[in-house]
Write a protein that binds this ligand. Structure first.
Ligand code: AMP
Length: 412
């Protein structure tokens, strides 16, 4: 069995997979972990064929939360394994791997130190990831642990794509550059799209794919010959597309303007750009695209504007990335919005026939696409349009099982 762990600052998401088949056996989420004020945390645990199992308890840190997770996994009524000895490896989602990690790695002291070092450039994510790693080391001693980085897939970006137009010393001395995120999701759907294109006779070196991860966070990636060559998120996940609550691209001169003319502090600006902007900020309604649709249909013009900007930005980047790659074989939509929202797909691809993109409106609007891989382009469209459900946890489980299987026996 492989346990996949994804720690946020106040949450612990997990999924247990059968190592050989990749079959998911159980999953769950502990929320309100490590929150101040003595509030109880809640663990919601699901396992195949069982009712949801909920545990309310104090979970002052991730290690205590993990204890409850392991308890649920081995619980006589709700568990799926007889003992913790069945967990052969643990895979962690780690947001930032800096420039050091181009692929998933077994965690040793040096890797752990690197994850800690990157807390400086990913203060919202890496500290929690690190806590998860340490909690697993203590609760599951001797079990190999693997780090799967959100940044790793974008390691193949060329310097023209990742160097900002800033003094070069900032890159050399402080690592300030584009890193890109959502890499595990982009890699997962790009691999599937590559296979589908191969079946149509487009060999890997000729493939030019744009993967659109549109969820709460949104990013586009240009994947040429199986490699990420450009991506819309940057030094942090704030850059690029309009997102649920993040602004995406803005003029950086706005920041000193807001300080000097509105008297805002850096903390206030950071909070505004990350949490009060995007669909929420423009519409004033919600960060959830379903609420935006409902409000727009009811005549709310700002909600309509938010939706229009959202799709306009996707189109903007699609055009840019097709140009960067010198052509286009397929566009892939994934994540909450990408997989479920035919209006966003249609509006983002509108008038892209000049690039060879012909969407089939009926296939695109098919209500029961959910959870399935679908090709929603017309039969003779030169560019394919795929809807592919992402599965970052499965990708992490596969990498983890592969690396653990390659370990010399004495390390296990
Ligand atoms: P994710 O970050 O991938 O979980 O995506 C979350 C976002 O996907 C939500 O904020 C919604 O805007 C969107 N979403 C989820 N389910 C649907 C749905 N059935 N139809 C349209 N949008 C959806």
């Amino acid at each position: 069995m492989v346990l996949v762990v994804n720690c946020g600052s106040s949450s612990l998401k997990y999924q247990l997979f059968q190592s050989e088949t990749g079959e998911p056996l159980a999953s769950g989420l502990a929320s309100r972990v490590a929150v101040e004020g003595g509030q109880e945390a809640s663990l919601q645990h699901h396992s195949a064929g069982n009712r949801e199992y909920v545990v309310q308890a104090l979970m002052p840190d991730h290690e205590v939360a993990l204890g409850y997770v392991l308890g649920a996994l081995t619980d006589a009524d709700h568990g799926v394994i007889g003992s913790l000895a069945e967990i052969q490896a643990v895979g962690h989602r780690v947001v930032h791997g800096g420039e050091e990690f181009s692929e998933s790695v077994l965690i040793d002291a040096a890797v752990e130190a690197a994850v800690e070092r990157f807390c400086e450039i990913a203060p919202l994510h890496n500290p929690a990831n690190l806590q998860g790693i340490r909690a697993c080391r203590r609760r599951l001693p001797g079990v190999p642990q693997v780090a799967v980085f959100d940044t790793a897939f974008h390691h193949t970006l060329p310097p023209v794509a990742y160097i900002y137009g800033l003094p070069y010393e900032l890159y050399e001395q402080r690592g300030i550059r584009r890193y890109g995120f959502h890499g595990t999701s982009h890699r997962y759907v790009a691999l599937q799209a590559a296979q589908l294109l191969q079946e149509r006779g487009v060999c890997l070196p000729d493939q030019r794919i744009i993967t659109c991860h549109l969820g709460n966070g949104c990013s586009l990636t240009a994947v040429q010959g199986g490699k990420s060559v450009q991506t819309s998120m940057g030094f942090t996940p704030l850059e690029g597309l309009l997102m649920g609550t993040r602004c995406g691209d803005i003029d950086p001169a706005l920041v000193p303007y807001l300080v000097n003319h509105l008297g805002m502090s850096m903390e206030e600006i950071d909070d505004m750009l990350n949490k009060q902007s995007g669909l929420l900020g423009v519409s004033g309604v919600s960060s959830d695209i379903r609420d935006i649709h409902a409000a727009a249909e009811a005549g709310n013009t700002r909600a309509q504007l938010a939706l229009d900007i959202f799709c306009y930005r996707v189109r903007h980047y699609l055009g840019a990335y097709a140009t960067v790659m010198g052509g286009l074989s397929a566009v892939v939509f994934t994540a909450g919005i990408g997989e479920n929202d035919p209006v966003v797909r249609e509006q983002s691809l509108r008038e892209l026939e000049f690039l060879g993109v012909y969407l089939d409106p009926a296939k695109n609007a098919e209500p029961n696409l959910r959870g399935q891989v679908a090709d929603v382009a017309t039969g003779d469209s030169p560019v394919r349009v795929y809807v592919i459900p992402t599965n970052e946890e499965l990708m992490i489980a596969r990498d983890t099982a592969d690396l653990a299987a390659r370990m010399p026996p004495q390390m296990g």
